[in-house]
Design a protein around this ligand. Sequence first.
Ligand code: DP6
Length: 362
Amino acid sequence: MNTQQFIPHSLQRKLEIFSCTWKTPSNIALVKYWGKTAPQIPKNASISFTLSKSHTITTINFTPKDTSATEEIDFELFFEGKKKEDFKPKIAKFFDRIQEYCPYLFSYNMMISSENSFPHSSGIASSASGMSAIAMCLMSLERSLSNTEISDEFVNKKASFLARLGSGSASRSIEGPLVVWGNHLAIEGSSDLFGVPFPYKVHEVFNNYQDAILLVDKGEKQVSSTVGHDLMHNHPFATQRFQQANENLATITDILQQGDIDLFINLVESEALSLHAMMLTSSPYFILMKPNTLEIINAIWRFRKDTGSKLCFTLDAGANVHVLYPEHESENVLQFIDNELSMFCQKNHYICDSVGLGAVKL
Ligand code: DP6
């Protein structure tokens, strides 16, 4: 695999402070990534909708170090205005993994300040938006240091490559509205190293698709994604699962172009339940859904049967439910959520999001 292309060659050394701010989104997978090998190589390809409202805003101030102190990568981390020591190890590991591709990391003291649009510990994964925001800031610095012109296309590709090394799903949080990560025959240009925008024309029924995120459980997850991915090694159904996901990716590639929403519903819900089935059948086994997750799923199925609505659900590695639906159904679906689903959310709380276009420089 060609990782050499991400090692910069002609960089200047600058003595001024450099600062930049990026807003990058979260994403919700339709075909899920669950299982990987080092270094952050997915066992199957995945595809996600990029979100628009659920995002992280990160500013990094890069202050040049004096040349004698360039052995370590030095950074401070502030989250929502407060120093955040407990997030530091994950970011230190991330910097460690990318140092070969970002040698300039050693030349600066970095002050990283981040905030999320979604409430802290809402159970919404912040690693995708958080890591992609840092990656975009690093690419802004790289651009300013480079002696050669760097295209936007390369910035996005390398940012996705870097973000992946922080958190796999973060590779899908640079562009939008649909991003594929993982090498797959049906997707031209796809790669295990970075996400690529879905390269074919998408049917208009999927334009501005809506995602209401129902916050069933805002607490800390009992089992992290990292542990979950690990449990796919020696999992009795691993081979079948990776094959199923890759087949689903081929199928959804057609569905997205043809606009068959019934097939879309079927595939997306099956993916969500297959992901959780992997958790139920790993050793040790675990359950991330809560009773209210199932209440919501059953209510969605009932509503679809009674009204012919095209809403469907998906889940990430937690108890929250993402309700996906076409924009023209917004009024009816939001009424349904208020009347019949919000009671299953903590403090009746849900977030109305929709598909977005990716990272924005502020
Ligand atoms: C269930 O990207 O959080 O959301 O690479 O270990 O950081 P790491 O895992 P992460 O896993 C996401 C898993 C998922 C499915 C998906 O987003 O595809």
